[in-house]
Design a protein around this ligand. Structure first.
Ligand code: 3HC
Length: 389
């Protein structure tokens, strides 16, 4: 039975995860290396709880806050039953955190990582309980986004997977479990593919940044434009995930804009400037975009749909799971596969073949897309595509 949760790292994700845990009734131990970070986390949690109270979603913000103990010492994690690590994406740092958690926490405790890019098996190897180490991937902002990806490493046992899924549900989240770990999981593989096509269109001078984002927001009805979302997530985080995918075998799409922004230290919302300018560092405000745009939505999602169909073809997740990930992890108004079925898989295939013919290897259409199109299952208006209608 899980009663107390330790969260290590009180930054953007960690403070939100601690808040979610407290909101769902757990005792929480929030640990970070300095009181500056912890005090900042306390302020952010208080602001967020006050917002929820204003909207009458909770009655007593203070009672929720009281459930969280803040400290720089791991002593407060001693009696916790589950840990969630959300420190910066550095393997050596994560290994140190896991070694420490392994030494202070009871042998029954599960140790989860919120990493979006580091192999979970590598982190598990720092502990003496590799079978009890798992990926539990939340989305920003954790209080709002409903999805949690559950990722077993090559060592994780089924009991750990089951308990993590159960915990995610108790935290009022919607879990999607991957069959096995792949770099970037489902969410970030799709996210990076969307950004790669967005970047290719701009760098190949097919469209401007604002036109791409206008189609994303106004035609696909996404909550943010793609460059806007990259700014929101943090361009350094995006580049880290991008590098992990390409160094671990995913065919790259050459794009220099993202790396250049990071080199200029324009990291997006967190630094106040990225592809767009924001009111202040850390303060997000919706960006201004043109109402209409020539960017074709089926072209913009084509590479992401190809990636998703590769995951379906390889049995990692179902088409329905892909849709759950995009709806609850990114607030898409509908799933990516459903969007593909709406724009027509024949259109997706045509765009993939066109871009592939320009020399971009990553756009090589999967057998799944090719066979669906050749069988006439091109989407909603034919009654079948990735889904049946
Ligand atoms: N605490 C409490 N409430 C919050 C909040 C917080 N931290 N942040 C936002 N809210 C509430 C607001 O109060 C508002 O409530 P209301 O509608 O009742 O007034 C509501 O959420 C919407 O917020 P805003 O009005 O400030 O702004 P928007 O309407 O633009 O919504 C957004 C903001 C929810 C972030 C929306 O733009 C969105 O869904 N964007 C997509 C986010 C996304 O895709 N995240 C995933 C990123 S990828 C990732 O995290 C994985 C990693 O590995 C990279």
């Amino acid at each position: 039975m899980i009663r107390k949760i330790a969260v290590v790292g009180a930054g953007t994700m960690g403070h939100g995860i601690a808040e979610v845990a407290a909101l769902s009734g757990f005792e929480v131990a929030l640990i970070d290396v300095s009181w500056d970070f912890l005090n900042r986390a306390k302020e952010r949690i208080t602001d967020s709880l006050n917002k929820l109270a204003e909207k009458k979603q909770i009655n007593d913000p203070n009672a929720v806050l009281q459930k969280i103990e803040f400290n720089t010492s791991y002593d407060i994690a001693k009696d916790a039953d589950f840990a969630i690590e959300a420190v910066p994406e550095k393997l050596e740092l994560k290994k140190t955190v896991f070694k420490t958690l392994d030494s202070v926490m009871g042998s029954h405790a599960i140790l989860a990582t919120n990493t979006s890019s580091i192999p979970i098996s590598d982190i598990a190897e720092a502990t003496g309980r590799k079978q009890k180490v798992i990926g539990m991937h939340f989305f920003n902002p954790p209080v709002i986004m409903k999805l949690v990806e559950v990722i077993p490493s090559k060592y994780t046992d089924q009991d750990t997977v089951d308990k993590t899924v159960e915990l995610a549900k108790k935290m009022n989240k919607i879990p999607v479990s991957l069959k096995y770990e792949i770099p970037g999981f489902v969410s970030n593989r799709i996210f990076i593919r969307l950004l790669q096509e967005a970047c290719r269109e701009v760098e190949d001078k097919e469209a401007t940044i604002e036109e791409v984002d206008s189609t994303a927001r106004n035609k696909l009805k996404l909550p943010m434009g793609l460059f806007e979302l990259a700014d929101y997530v943090g361009l350094d985080v995006v580049v880290d995930i991008w590098n992990v995918l390409t160094t671990r075998g995913t065919p790259d799409v050459k794009c220099s804009m993202f790396k250049a922004k990071v080199e200029e230290k324009n990291l997006g919302v967190k630094s106040g400037k990225g592809f767009y300018a924001y009111p202040a560092p850390g303060k997000y405000a919706k960006v201004q975009l043109p109402d209409s745009s020539k960017v074709d939505p089926s072209r913009l999602i084509s590479l992401a749909v190809n990636e998703a169909s590769w995951m379906v073809e390889n049995g990692i997740v179902s088409a329905k799971d892909v849709d759950t990930v995009m709806i609850y992890g990114f607030n898409f108004p509908k799933g990516l596969m459903e969007m593909a079925d709406e724009v027509g898989l024949d259109n997706i295939l045509r765009n993939l073949e066109d871009i592939y013919s320009k020399g971009y290897q990553a756009y090589k259409p999967t057998n799944l897309i090719k066979s669906l199109v050749s069988e006439g299952k091109t989407g909603k208006n034919k009654g079948e595509g990735f889904h049946k209608y």
